[in-house]
Ligand binder design. Structure first.
Ligand code: ATP
Length: 300
């Protein structure tokens, strides 16, 4: 089964200009989005820098998908400003975002499960050789390049001929990250890459997020897991009901504080009170807000 273009990462092409280190690669200024009369997102300030991981956290319905859609060119903002390397932009299609080096890796990766890993690596951007009309796929070059790029990211797979569907979810995420890097992504948006993964595989994906960051990409890491965010994040933005509830540099916030923000300390206290009215629920057994652990991966 082939997924739509909107879920691909291939084809991101760098423009010639080189960003200065203090200009944000991507910036939202007081940005927002309404769907008809539903205001899904408003008052959003966000900056993404080269070599930094910006984590966007939030519960269901907080507005994370809407934010990704604006930055990746699927939807247009209806309020505020959107800048790429200091220039105001308004993308009409994901292709325009890709042309500016903004690549998105969605949870449901754009792969063809029965095709080999190397073939998926080049899906939609196949290398060819020979003159027209006898141009044909340059299979050897694609295999060699995919192998080199994966190794450059520290991803070692036994056999690039194996169908990508036989890889673990974590490995497939890593291949998608390496592919985006190869095709010149400057900003990488990762949509809940660890959501469906176990502890060990989440750790592997976090390692490659750090590898992408170390190669100078600006990473937008969407997650609802503060523990995963804190392992790699440089900046944390917490969305709640379409607004930015918290925006903090790593040095300004502890993991406990971030976890509390995500758990919604006040809401949890209210819920605990309500539960105390229900027979059979011993509220003393419930965790304190600060003790909440949301699927934290264990350190090695
Ligand atoms: N196309 C749409 N039309 C109308 N309302 C929408 C549309 N897309 C999102 N919304 C509304 O915007 C709000 C934010 O939704 P969004 O999907 O961005 O949140 P989210 O944080 O990604 O949630 P989830 O984690 O559940 O995907 C929600 O109230 C949602 O119902």
């Amino acid at each position: 089964m082939t997924s739509t273009n909107a879920t691909g990462t291939h084809g991101a092409v760098l423009e010639e200009s080189v960003p200065t280190t203090d200009t944000a690669l991507v910036e939202l200024r007081d940005a927002g989005k309404s769907y008809g009369n539903i205001r899904a997102l408003h008052g959003i300030d966000l900056k993404v820098y080269s070599g930094k991981v910006t984590c966007v956290l939030g519960d269901n319905g907080a507005g994370k998908s809407t934010l990704i859609k604006i930055v990746s060119g699927l939807h247009q903002h209806t309020e505020g400003e959107f800048l790429v390397q200091g220039e105001t932009v308004r993308f009409s299609t994901p292709r325009e975002a890709l042309d500016k080096g903004i690549a998105t890796v969605y949870q449901d990766l754009a792969t063809v499960p029965l095709m080999p890993v190397w073939r998926n690596f080049f899906l939609g951007s196949e290398l060819t050789k020979g003159p027209w009309p006898v141009r044909r796929l340059d299979i050897e070059k694609m295999k060699k390049t995919a192998d080199e790029e994966l190794r450059n990211m520290g991803i070692v797979l036994d056999d690039l001929e194996q169908p990508i569907g036989t890889l673990s979810g974590g490995q497939r995420q890593c291949v998608a990250i390496a592919r985006a890097v190869h095709f010149g992504a400057r900003v990488l948006i990762l949509d809940e890459p660890t959501a469906a993964l176990g502890v060990k595989q989440s750790g592997v994906v976090l390692k490659y997020i750090a590898a992408a960051r170390d190669r100078g990409l600006g990473v937008i890491f969407i997650t609802h897991n503060p523990h995963h965010a804190y392992m790699v994040g440089d900046h944390f933005s917490v969305l709640r009901l379409g607004t930015m509830e918290l925006s903090a540099e790593r040095s300004r916030i502890t993991l406990e504080e971030l976890t509390n923000h995500m758990a919604g300390g006040a809401e949890l206290a209210a819920l605990k009170h309500e539960l105390s009215q229900v027979r059979g629920v011993d509220v003393e057994e419930l965790p304190e807000e600060a003790d909440l652990q949301v699927g934290a991966p264990q350190p090695n």
